[in-house]
Design a protein around this ligand. Sequence first.
Ligand SMILES: O=C(O)CCC(=O)C(=O)O
Length: 414
Amino acid sequence: MGSHPAIAQEQNCCPASAEGSGVAPSLFLCKRGEMTATHVTTDSDADTMEQYFADGERRALELPNRGPIRFVGDGALHPDIVAAYWEYGFYVFEGVFGSDELADMEADLAALRRRFPTHRGSAVDLDGNPPIGTGLKAQNVIWAKSLSDPVGGSRRAHGRHPVKMHEPEAAADAPDEVVFVVHGSLQFSDACLRAYGHPGLLGVAAALNGDDFTPFNEVLFLKDPGVGPSVAWHRDGVTHWDSPNWDQGSHGFNFMGQVFGCTPENGVWVVPGTHKMRDVDIPGMVAEAGSDRLPHAVPLVCQPGDVAVTNRQAVHGSFANTSPQARVTINMGFHRRASVIGQMGSGIHGTVGLLDHDRITERSKVIGIAIEARKQRYPEETPFDYRPLAGQNFSFDDQARSALADYNALDLSV
Ligand SMILES: O=C(O)CCC(=O)C(=O)O
């Protein structure tokens, strides 16, 4: 195994700290497509990883599961898309967010990062103000050590991540800890809220989960260059594995919208087809592979503005980001109503409690607000008609924005 710097040199980068604004070194305010690394990581596994990444990308691009969102006839999702999604457990929708929408997202993300606590537990953000999360009860900003695997091999999240990933050593100048997940993201960003109301994406949700589909949760995954932690191989969902009615769609899916695009180095990897398997032995798969590089996994390869839809039952994970490129994923999950109603919320997201009609209805109103927020910014678009809220009117203004505080306490986690 060779050894070389995963990031060979400081790249064409614009960390605001370099410009004297006081932004912590983990904050990257760069534009799409620019290299953003400041932290040079030397990883002894880098050479073999490079080969694995290249092989994975080739296999991913050979699969027939990418292209624009296409509806046919009376508005049904194109049958080829539906078939490919159910066959492989993911599909990459290309060009969902245009340049205006991406610019809004970038601006919101830059503003949001300024509002993070300066470090875990800090009472101030970079401008000395109370940081986001102040006064909120539900989960919001999640920290982890640079390039670490915070959950692999632990009992956290119901033990869903059974094997620890390789943890490259972070550069000496890397921050000890970084924010890598933000829960309840729609309360912090209008651009994320508008993405949630995207008519094409909601049309896909209806096609895959039924017209009465429900929310699950929304988070941001921040995988900053040279510091972004890994997410150990896992599959999501804790409720239906032993149910007699279990099938390939029982635990819903996540949309993974890419603001900067994603690569094999910084993106999510999926083991195609595993969403159809009731039993999967992740420790056995890793043992057989001899490392965390699962040979049948493929990376999501996306341009800025692409959105992958990934079945939560598929085995998936992401490696620590030793690459020079940032990934920000706008995650938005959806369920079948039948998978949620009458279940006990798992507490991994949202509070533990019965997921009854009232909780589902209350949580679903965020879809109504998002559609309204989107209408204001994109008045020429035909808004999505979300059947479960038919006849109800929503508005989007400061009052609606304030009402979103802690909305994610009601996340529908199965
Ligand atoms: O974005 C990532 O790195 C992990 C995403 C993930 O595991 C999920 O959405 O379930």
